[in-house]
Design a protein around this ligand. Structure first.
Ligand SMILES: Cc1cc2nc3c(=O)[nH]c(=O)nc-3n(C[C@H](O)[C@H](O)[C@H](O)COP(=O)(O)O)c2cc1C
Length: 258
C-alpha cells in the first residue's frame, strides 16, 4: 500500500523518527514518499490523491498538535477522505491523547485512522530553567529506546498489527487538563517571541529557519507576524542565545536534537 508521510519537526526529534522509519520502510519494502508539512506545496496534492495510507507525525505541544499542523490539516482536509490514517506524536514526557486528538479530527475528515502512537524523545523547551535540556552522549539511552520502538512499530505495521495509544476516555481527560490552559496561552505566545535586540546581530538564522514564516528582518530588528507555532527552532538555533518564548529567560543550554 502506497504511503505518504507528512511530518512537522521544530527541533529535529520528529524528523529523526521519520528518517528512522524511512530506513525501516526500505528494509520492509514499504512504498512511501515523505514531505515536510512546512515545505509542502499545492502542486504536490497529487501525492495525497495517490496515497492509500497517509501518516502524520509531529511533536506534541501541550497535548495538541502544533498550530502549523492544524492549519495544514484544515487546508487539505478534503484530500483525506477515504484514506487510511496513521498519527505518530513525539513527546518528552506525557500528553494523554496528544496523538489521538489529531486522530479524532482526521476521523471527522472521514479518514479511517488505523494507528496512533507516541514516541518518547527529549525536552526541547530550553528557556524554562527547571526543564532540563540534554545533548550529545546524554541522549544515547533515549536514542536506543526510540530506535527499538520505531523498529517494533514498523514490524507491527507490516504485519497489520495496529495500536491506538491515547484513544480512550482517561487519556482524553488527562490530555484536556493540559490542553485547555495551554491552548489559551499558545495564542498569546504566537504573537510574543522575545528577541533581545541588544544582543541580536541580525544574522537571520532565525528568519531563515522559521517554519511558520513568522520572523522577518526589517534591517533594524527582527520583526514577527504573530503566527509563531512555538516549535522552539529559533530559540535553540540562535547563535547569540537572544531568543526565548515561554519565559523571558534566554536558554543556558540550547537543545541540539537527537
Ligand atoms: C510548546 C511545546 C509544548 C510541549 N508540550 C509537551 C507536552 O505536552 N508533553 C510532552 O511530553 N512534551 C511536550 N513538549 C516536548 C516536545 O513534544 C518534544 O520535545 C518533541 O519531541 C519535539 O519534537 P521536534 O524536535 O520534532 O520539534 C513540548 C514542546 C514544546 C516546544
Amino acid at each position: 500500500m502506497k504511503m505518504l508521510m507528512l511530518y512537522f519537526s521544530g527541533t529535529g526529534n520528529t524528523k529523526y523518527l521519520i528518517q528512522k522509519l524511512e530506513e525501516q520502510w526500505k528494509e520492509h519494502g514499504v512504498d512511501h514518499t515523505t514531505v515536510a508539512m512546512d515545505e509542502f506545496e499545492d502542486s504536490q496534492t497529487h501525492l495525497m490523491e495517490e496515497a492509500e495510507v497517509i501518516l502524520f507525525a509531529y511533536p506534541v505541544h501541550g497535548s495538541m498538535a502544533p498550530m502549523l499542523v492544524w492549519s495544514f490539516v484544515k487546508k487539505y482536509a478534503s484530500y483525506f477522505e477515504g484514506k487510511k490514517g496513521i498519527v505518530l506524536a513525539t513527546q518528552w514526557m506525557f500528553s494523554g491523547d496528544g496523538g489521538a486528538y489529531l486522530g479524532r479530527i482526521l476521523r471527522k475528515c472521514k479518514m479511517d485512522v488505523i494507528a496512533i502512537d507516541h514516541f518518547k524523545t527529549n525536552n526541547n523547551i530550553s528557556d524554562v530553567s527547571f526543564l532540563k535540556v540534554k545533548n550529545g552522549a546524554s541522549n544515547d539511552s533515549i536514542r536506543v529506546r526510540l530506535n527499538q520502538q520505531i523498529e517494533l512499530f514498523a514490524i507491527d505495521y507490516v504485519n497489520g498489527r495496529h495500536r491506538k495509544i491515547g484513544d480512550n476516555a482517561t487519556s482524553i481527560l488527562l490530555g484536556a487538563i493540559q490542553r485547555i490552559p495551554f491552548s489559551k496561552w499558545e495564542r498569546k505566545l504566537a504573537k510574543n517571541v522575545k528577541i533581545d535586540s541588544k544582543i541580536c546581530t541580525l544574522c537571520n538564522v532565525c528568519v531563515n529557519g522559521c517554519p511558520a514564516i513568522n520572523l522577518f528582518n526589517d534591517e533594524t530588528k527582527i520583526g514577527q507576524n504573530g503566527k509563531c507555532t512555538i516549535c522552539y527552532k529559533c530559540v535553540n538555533a540562535c547563535p547569540e542565545k537572544a531568543i526565548s518564548i515561554m519565559t523571558k529567560h534566554k536558554p543556558k543550554i540550547q537543545y541540539k536534537g537527537l
